[in-house]
Design a protein around this ligand. Structure first.
Ligand SMILES: [Zn+2]
Length: 267
C-alpha cells in the first residue's frame, strides 16, 4: 500500500471538515425554513418557563407542562396562516406575539397573569396572549382535578362537557392575535369600529346592518366585534352570510388571500 503524503492527509482532513460544515449548514438551513428553534429555558416573573420560537410567535410553557402534541400541530398551522395568509401589515412577522400556555395554578392564580384569567379561556395583554389549561387541554384529568380543587372560588365552575375541539382552539388563537394587532394598530380598530357602525363604544339604536354579527359577544365592544369577525372566517365550515357587508370587506382586507386559501377544516 502506498504511504500517504502529508498533503494527502491534509486533503483528507480538509474533505472531512468541509463535509461536516456543509452538513451543519444544511441542518441550520432546514431549521430556519421550518421555523423551529431550540427550546430556551428562562424564568419570567419567577416562573421557570421553556419557550420556542416559531415564525413571529414565541410559545412559552412551564417546565414539565408542554402543550399536548396534537394541539401544538394546530398551533403551528395557525401561526403559518397568520404569517403567510394575512395582509403583510397585520401579519405575525410584523406583529410578534408571545403565547403563554400555563398550568391551572399559574393561569388562574399566578403572578404572570395577575389573576387576570379568572373567567376567560384566553386573554391578551399588550403583545402577550395567555392560554388557559381549559382551552388547551380540557380533556386532561389533571387539569380537571386542579380546577375541581378550586371550585369554591369566584371563578366559573368547570363543565365536563366543555372540552374544546381543535376548531375552537384555533379560533381562539386568531381572536386573541387580532387583539394584539389592535394593540399595535389602534387606527385599524378605530376605522373598523366607525365603518361597521359603532358610535364610540356605544351601539346605534336602529341599524340592521350593525347588528348583523355571528355572536352576541361581538356586540360587547368594537375590539371584540373585530376579533370575533376575523376569527369566524378562519374555519371553512362557518357560514359568514349573516355578516354585514362592511364586516365581510374587513375580513377580505385582513386576510391577504381568498378565503378558500386560508380557511381550515379543523374539527
Ligand atoms: Zn376578545
Amino acid at each position: 500500500m502506498e504511504k500517504k503524503s502529508p498533503f494527502d492527509i491534509f486533503f483528507d482532513i480538509f474533505v472531512v471538515v468541509g463535509t461536516t460544515i456543509i452538513i451543519v449548514l444544511f441542518f441550520i438551513l432546514v431549521v430556519k425554513i421550518l421555523g423551529f428553534e431550540t427550546v430556551v429555558k428562562a424564568k419570567i416573573g419567577g416562573v421557570p418557563l421553556e419557550s420556542l420560537k416559531y415564525r413571529g410567535a414565541k410559545l412559552h410553557w412551564e417546565s414539565g407542562n408542554p402543550i399536548p402534541k396534537e394541539r401544538l400541530e394546530i398551533f403551528y398551522t395557525v401561526m403559518d396562516s397568520l404569517s403567510s395568509d394575512v395582509n403583510e401589515k397585520y401579519s405575525l412577522e410584523n406583529n410578534p406575539t408571545d403565547f403563554f400556555y400555563l398550568t391551572a395554578e399559574e393561569y388562574y392564580w399566578g403572578d404572570l397573569t395577575y389573576g387576570h384569567g379568572f373567567e376567560a379561556d384566553a386573554f391578551q395583554r399588550g403583545t402577550e396572549v395567555f392560554l388557559s389549561p381549559t382551552l388547551v387541554d380540557s380533556t386532561n384529568n389533571t387539569v380537571l382535578f386542579s380546577l375541581e380543587q378550586f371550585r369554591y372560588g369566584p371563578w366559573k365552575r368547570f363543565d365536563d362537557n366543555q372540552a374544546y375541539n381543535d376548531g375552537h382552539f384555533a379560533m381562539v388563537l386568531i381572536h386573541e392575535y387580532v387583539h394584539v394587532v389592535q394593540f399595535n394598530h389602534s387606527d385599524y380598530l378605530n376605522s373598523y369600529a366607525t365603518d361597521v357602525g359603532w358610535q364610540g363604544d356605544n351601539k346605534p339604536d336602529e341599524d340592521e346592518k350593525f347588528y348583523s354579527v355571528l355572536s352576541s359577544y361581538s356586540l360587547e365592544n368594537p375590539s371584540e366585534d373585530m376579533s370575533e369577525t376575523f376569527m369566524y372566517s378562519y374555519l371553512c365550515g362557518n357560514n359568514l352570510e349573516a355578516l354585514s357587508e362592511v364586516r365581510l370587506q374587513y375580513i377580505d382586507d385582513f386576510w391577504g388571500v381568498p378565503r378558500e386559501q386560508y380557511c381550515q377544516n379543523f374539527h
